[in-house]
Design a binder for this molecule. Structure first.
Ligand code: FAD
Length: 378
């Protein structure tokens, strides 16, 4: 488990010792971690106030080392019980009023734009499954319908059903702040900034947030076969549902779900400062090399084999033989992110299929029929 990742407000029992040994179990309340470093940014609210900074970083190392070896217990396990997917428990006319727990910027200074990891406390009242979305109604009036609230915006949930605090009471979102730049001057125009993403990224702990949902079935993680292969293709915030899957597979101890298949994540972002949850994913690579693969495409930092920008479809092409074979063997493939990602990916898959003497149209219709093909783009 990568505890130096942007987890927030974890309440978890982990075996740690101040000296780094695997000492006794202590209950750590409200641990906040942020993306880029561990020491100074670590906030162990109830435990570490008494510790010196030096000791804090020792605890941090110890937590990382120990957590890698053991999965985290989750509660309440009744969240595994329902046979039916939770769907639309709260609708736009009667949303649930949840509370913001934390908002953390999770990209580095050189990232174009801003992406935030936002933890929302729903007090266990808006349960969801991995791969679903919440709706958010930003405060204020809908400019197109005076007197009416804003329209709902959907956000993929980036945590498992247990949330980042492993108690089933929170959900996390991965939100990119929508900014508007005048095409002529190149200057930002705050009057045209995205309403909901800015509301969420500017929110403070304790702020109220109106949520609807959960919604969506297309990105639910099929769990019947624990040895299945899951190929996940994400651009930017499209990584959100996959963070949830991967935490379920590799971070949490869920007695009724033991994953022993292959999860393969392709993540496309602009540059290394824009990577999302990279430390968390890298720790799975270290701990589960047989079960996890992680390939990144950094469009502004890397070149594809033709000398152009490295996009996620270039990575897919690089591994196309393996991917096609895995699909032939029943792998699930998921796509999530901006709509614009799909044409390039489809073109690449079609070209590869033709080079292999296969019809992409036939293959795609077979994948759809077999429920192996999952797309959520926005
Ligand atoms: P809006 O206020 O709706 O504005 C939309 C865009 O128009 C913005 O870019 C804004 O800058 C621009 N704009 C505003 N005024 C003008 C104007 N006068 N002229 C021209 N342009 C203008 N997003 C995420 O960040 N993370 C997710 O995980 C995520 N998951 C999603 C899942 C689904 C299933 C769907 C459908 C969408 C998802 N989205 C996600 C997108 C999200 O729902 C919103 O669309 C996004 O946050 C923008 O909403 P907003 O209210 O900030 O922008």
């Amino acid at each position: 488990m990568a505890l130096s990742t942007p987890l927030s407000q974890m309440s978890v029992a982990l075996p740690i010792g101040i000296d780094g040994s695997s000492g006794s179990m202590i209950k750590v309340q409200s641990v906040s971690f942020t993306e880029k470093s561990c020491g100074p940014l670590l906030r162990l609210d109830t435990v570490s106030r008494k510790l010196s900074l030096k000791k804090r970083s020792t605890v941090c190392m110890s937590l990382q080392q120990q957590a890698r070896r053991s999965k985290v217990s989750v509660t309440p396990l009744e969240l595994e019980d329902p046979k039916e997917t939770p769907l639309n428990l709260y609708r736009p006319k009667e949303p649930y009023t949840a509370k913001i727990v934390s908002v953390d910027r999770i990209v580095g200074p050189q990232a174009p734009g801003e992406t935030c990891h936002i933890v929302i406390d729903h007090d266990g009242k808006v349960p969801y499954w991995e791969g679903q979305s919440y709706g958010v109604i930003p405060p204020g009036e809908n400019p197109k319908k005076p007197g009416a609230p804003h329209n709902v915006r959907l956000y993929s949930i980036a945590s498992t059903r247990y949330g980042d605090s492993f108690d089933g009471k929170t959900a996390s979102l991965c939100v990119r702040r929508a900014q508007y730049y005048d095409p002529e001057t190149g200057k930002e125009d705050p009057s045209k900034a995205g309403v909901c993403s800015n509301f969420l990224c500017n929110a403070k702990p304790g702020d109220k947030v109106q949520i609807t949902g959960p919604s969506g079935k297309v990105m639910l993680l099929p769990e019947e076969d624990p040895k299945a292969t899951h190929i996940m293709i994400a651009t930017g915030t499209g990584v959100a549902p996959f963070r949830g899957y991967l935490r379920r597979m590799f971070m949490e101890d869920v007695p009724t779900f033991k994953f022993d298949g292959l999860a393969w994540l392709f993540l496309g972002v602009a540059n290394s400062d824009s990577l999302l949850y990279d430390e968390e994913f890298s720790s799975y690579l270290k701990d589960y090399p047989e079960n996890f693969r992680y390939d990144k495409a950094l469009s502004r930092e890397e070149k594809n084999k033709k000398g152009g920008k490295m996009y996620v479809q270039d990575k897919i092409e690089e591994y196309s033989d393996e991917i096609f074979k895995l699909l032939d063997d029943g792998a699930h493939i998921y796509f999530c992110g901006l709509k614009g990602m799909m044409p390039g990916i489809q073109d690449t898959l079609k070209r590869v299929a033709e080079e292999r003497g296969e019809s992409w149209e036939q293959k795609l219709s077979q994948l759809r029929k077999n429920k192996q093909w999952h797309v959520e783009v926005y």
